[in-house]
Design a protein around this ligand. Structure first.
Ligand code: FES
Ligand SMILES: [Fe+2]
Length: 393
């Protein structure tokens, strides 16, 4: 009976949500929408002091420059005078000068000097919050950066060492790349891992959600029993998701955790451009430095193992979540979390106007489903597609 109730719950709450969640008005897997937040822009070492570079981020044309004070700053690309690209200009102290008529814009984007005029004209360029972390320059896609740059939750209060892993382009949306890491079933089928993952979710701040595995290593073979000795509790596998487009993975035995960040931004037509970043807590002294170098190298190998197995899927997938199963519960939680975050439009970075409407409908569906699931103890409908899918898996 209990199993039947669970199936009814699953058929009601799993079935409707993904269909609502992937509609054209929603944020998830939408090539014209993205969640407001921090996105990686450039590698820090690519931008020397006194230099400026052009960047197209989430459809918006930008100029990123590093002042002579060493601080990286980001402005809209085109000069408010006649539209010259400011990446053709030059850095002057902490300001940026346009190449065309030499107008000077200070760090707040205000024009403070125009050589041919007695006083500076009333003109300004839009500036965007910019910071550096993990050897990368990050840009916030809103005016007030009131969210932290993505971090590994268990390293939140610690100093860290990091190194850059691979960069990659995938032929599918960043959201679709992200859900791979909580697609419980595919760990058996693609990565040949003899594990069963079941996630507990927790919202750690408005832009981030964690998924932590709760299952122990199975008692199936001598190998898994041996591995199990290194875990006092569940098998460590934790994801943290930021804006649906950045993810950190924490894996490894109790005595040594590996942390990998997948920092992804959307390209035109909804493709994904990503960067892996390998992170560990700072360790003191020369020995600590050498240990971390080795550990980060090993972390890169671990990350590559997981990234490689799915490569061909991302080349050809046309994501269409028609038949969710019980094992897909975490993916549905992820979609729902993406839908609740503030969405912006590709290129303009203006708030997405229809999100609220679509979210209200989504929430109504959910609340209805949850209520139905609590009350309805009758047999599941014979022709429920979700139930059929669940029962056949
Ligand atoms: S176009 Fe930039 S100063 Fe004239
Ligand atoms: Fe995978």
């Amino acid at each position: 009976m209990k199993a039947r109730v669970l199936l009814v719950y699953a058929s009601l709450s799993l079935w409707r949500l993904p269909m609502s969640a992937v509609s054209e008005n929603s944020v998830f897997n939408n090539k014209d929408r993205f969640v407001q937040g921090w996105y990686w822009a450039l590698r820090s070492r690519e931008l020397k002091a006194g230099r400026v570079k052009a960047l197209e981020l989430l459809g918006r044309k930008l100029a990123v420059y590093r002042g002579e004070d060493g601080t990286a700053r980001t402005v809209d690309a085109h000069c408010p005078h006649m539209g010259a690209h400011l990446a053709e200009g030059r850095v002057d102290g902490s300001s940026l000068r346009c190449f065309f008529h030499d107008w000077k814009f200070n760090e707040t984007g205000t024009c403070v000097e125009a050589p041919s005029l007695k006083s500076a004209p009333k003109a300004c360029i839009k500036t965007w919050p910019t910071t550096e972390k993990y050897g990368m320059i990050w840009v916030y896609t809103g005016s007030d950066a009131n969210a932290p740059v993505p971090f590994v939750p268990e390293l939140e209060s610690l100093e860290v060492d990091s190194s850059r892993g691979n960069c990659f382009i995938k032929n599918c949306h960043p959201n679709v790349v992200m859900i791979n890491a909580i697609d419980a079933h595919h760990f058996n089928t693609v990565h040949n891992l003899p594990v069963e993952l079941l996630f507990k979710t927790e919202k750690i701040n408005p832009s981030a959600m964690t998924f932590s595995n709760t299952t122990k290593l199975p008692d199936k073979s001598a190998f898994t029993r041996f591995l199990g000795r290194f875990y006092a509790g569940p098998l460590t596998y934790k994801m943290s998701y930021w804006c649906g487009s950045n993810g950190t993975v924490t894996i490894g035995p109790d005595f040594l955790h590996f942390h990998i960040m997948f920092a992804i931004r959307m390209l035109e037509n909804g493709r994904a451009e990503g960067q892996t970043i390998l992170i560990t807590k700072k360790r003191p002294g020369v020995l600590g430095w050498a240990f971390n170098k080795t550990l980060l190298f090993l972390t890169k190998i671990v990350g590559n193992y997981f990234a490689k197995g799915d490569t061909k899927i991302f080349e050809t997938i046309q994501f269409d979540f028609k038949t969710p199963t019980k094992a897909d519960r975490a993916i549905i939680d992820f979609i729902q979390d993406v839908e609740t975050q503030k969405a912006l439009c590709w290129e303009t970075w203006a708030p997405a106007p229809i999100q609220q409407e679509s979210m209200t409908a989504l929430r109504d569906n959910l609340e209805l489903d949850e209520a139905e699931a609590k009350l309805d103890l009758s047999p599941a409908p014979e022709n429920s597609p979700a139930l059929n899918a669940i029962e056949s898996h």
